[in-house]
Design a protein around this ligand. Structure first.
Ligand code: SF4
Length: 340
């Protein structure tokens, strides 16, 4: 039995101070951290309970002077997804959040925790497998020559091929969100595309957060996508399963041309993967099946699949076409729990 100290933080400053101690970890909803602790994967020596910081404004949603919205990091996923501001201005985010986990988990999990959740690579969670560079740096990667049907086709390294499991983060990437944090060196905003990092030779580090930094909110700029967006999640079963591939897509038309289009992919990389090649090819063009198919195919040319996850290349290509068509109102949403 390992002793774990507990401290209830009453304000942000004391939470950050406590996080400066070696082996300390913040706990909010705990829906991922407690699993990691039970499995012996995470071994914090001190838990800093931040759930009582809500009075400091990090547990609410508010309109920003810019016309955007600030979502407090301690908002429960279900509360944020169903909030009137999010439902009306960012329906893409509502769809993505409600596609994640189960209702019980969404009722507990926080926005900050969702951003911080770790990969669901089975070797990472099963300590019977010694080789996992993310869990034990320098030990190797059991997935490279093992079971990697669900692993990355973009952004992986020789050290780690795991994917980021968050649905919410894929929508945040399409919406150009900024993660607001505060820490020993003060407050700063991190664009969502720079928040999660690629594994390189340090897959044990998932984000660009500095030691002791606490996520306080997620800021969304005014969105041109609110009238035409869609989140498509393809998974092995219709509920409570992680994405094999997901697509967050939104567009804004001017006449018959695409004025703005944002597409982000999930389930394919260690971070939400913005489909910038497809976006560039489609912007300014009339929306047609041919243009969509060509743009999606061009996006997937950079994919680097392995033996068991080659299916993701065609799956992601077709999912992109469908998600944009649904966003544009050219196709009905239908069931998103299709089998790969
Ligand atoms: Fe560990 Fe990453 Fe390899 Fe999975 S893919 S076994 S998380 S190093």
């Amino acid at each position: 039995m390992e002793a774990i100290a507990y401290e209830r933080a009453n304000d942000i400053a004391s939470a950050i101070r406590a996080a400066g101690e070696p082996g300390a970890a913040f706990i909010g909803g705990g829906t991922n951290l407690l699993d990691l602790m039970k499995g012996g994967i995470a071994r914090p020596v001190k838990l800093i309970d931040i759930t009582h910081l809500r009075d400091e404004g990090i547990g609410t949603i508010s309109a920003l002077p810019s016309g955007g919205v600030r979502i407090g990091a301690l908002m429960r996923n279900s509360d944020a997804a169903n909030h009137a501001l999010i439902r009306s201005q960012y329906p893409l985010l509502t769809q993505a959040m409600l596609a994640g986990a189960s209702a019980q988990l969404r009722n507990m999990a926080t926005i900050g925790g969702n951003l911080m959740q770790r990969t669901r690579c089975p070797y990472f969670y099963d300590t019977a497998f010694a080789a996992c560079n993310k869990r034990t740096p320098g030990s190797g990667c059991a997935a490279v020559d093992g079971y990697h049907r669900t692993h990355a086709i973009f952004g992986a390294s020789e050290s780690c091929i795991a994917v980021n499991p968050s649905d919410m983060s894929v929508a945040l990437a399409a919406l150009d969100a900024t993660v607001q944090v505060t820490g020993p060196d003060g407050a700063r905003g991190i664009p969502i595309g720079a928040f999660h990092r690629l594994p390189g030779d340090r897959p044990d580090i998932d984000t660009t957060l500095k030691p002791g930094e606490l996520i306080t909110s997620v800021d969304l700029p005014p969105s041109p996508l609110s009238n035409h967006s869609s989140y498509l999640k393809v998974r092995d079963r219709a509920s409570y399963a992680f994405a094999l591939v997901s697509v967050a897509a939104g567009l804004h038309m001017q006449g018959d041309k695409i004025a703005v289009i944002h597409i982000a992919l999930g389930g394919v990389a260690p971070k939400p993967w913005r489909a910038t090649i497809a976006e560039g090819l489609l912007t300014g063009q009339p929306l047609s099946d041919d243009a969509l198919r060509q743009a999606a195919a061009a996006q997937m040319r950079d994919a680097r699949p392995l033996r068991d996850n080659r299916y993701k290349v065609l799956l992601a290509e077709r999912a992109m076409v469908r998600a944009v068509n649904v966003a544009a109102g050219r196709e009905r949403a239908g069931v998103t729990g299709a089998t790969a």
